[in-house]
Design a binder for this molecule. Sequence first.
Ligand SMILES: NC(=O)c1ccc[n+]([C@@H]2O[C@H](COP(=O)([O-])OP(=O)(O)OC[C@H]3O[C@@H](n4cnc5c(N)ncnc54)[C@H](OP(=O)(O)O)[C@@H]3O)[C@@H](O)[C@H]2O)c1
Length: 230
Amino acid sequence: MAQQPTALVTGASRGLGRALAADLSADGWRVVVDARHGDALADAVAGLPDVVDVPGDVADPAHRATLAETVDDLGGLDLLVLNASLLGPSPQPRLADYPLDVLEQVLRVNVLAPLGLVQSLGPLLRPGARILAITSDAGAEPMDGWGGYGTSKAALEFLASVLAVENPQWHVLVVDPGDMRTVMHQEAFPGEDISDRPEPETVVPALRVLVDGDHPSGRYRAADLAPVTS
Ligand SMILES: NC(=O)c1ccc[n+]([C@@H]2O[C@H](COP(=O)([O-])OP(=O)(O)OC[C@H]3O[C@@H](n4cnc5c(N)ncnc54)[C@H](OP(=O)(O)O)[C@@H]3O)[C@@H](O)[C@H]2O)c1
């Protein structure tokens, strides 16, 4: 029998991370998940088969070490999903007014933590493993009010592209999921009705195209991979 595939999905207590973790679990994967709030994480994955919840902050090196130990104990990793992310203040300040200490924290979570995870978990990636880095259109287009978060996603994308060049044995897949009806999206549009945005579950089939297919390292848009309907 083929070895059970193993994934690590960061930020899986809600939103896109939770939707992908549930889908992988239902499909026979073993899934390690994290999020800062342990109770919410445990509730989110309760009843999902073969899911190991490891609460913690991806920006904390000790938590990343615990994740690596967990994955090592499980025998290696086929899929690393760099999903956990921080929007920053809500509403988002323009760059001229952006508190630099807050921007530093956004960069720690959205840029340094993903690289730290790749550094810790890279040696545990099995042949043919995929790294999925979740980005945003804000990382590719300059938009008024999106300079902090957007800069972090642009940096994440550049890190991913260099990692791909330096590690041709990996599939480093950067994917823009598009707008989704999630807590982060509501924070980005405080007070607005976001009920017309698609649920994160609708984006999972596009992510599975990248997980299950043989796509080369690069940047992808979920909407180009599979239909996303609200
Ligand atoms: N929603 C959109 O419209 C949209 C559009 C483009 C791109 N994206 C990207 O899609 C991804 C998922 O976003 P989402 O909308 O699903 O967000 P979400 O609903 O706010 O969920 C974020 C998840 O990440 C966890 N998290 C946040 N900071 C963390 C940290 N430092 N360490 C560990 N876990 C952390 C949260 O749990 P805790 O709070 O308990 O830590 C939660 O489980 C992100 O990379 C986001 O940038 C979203």
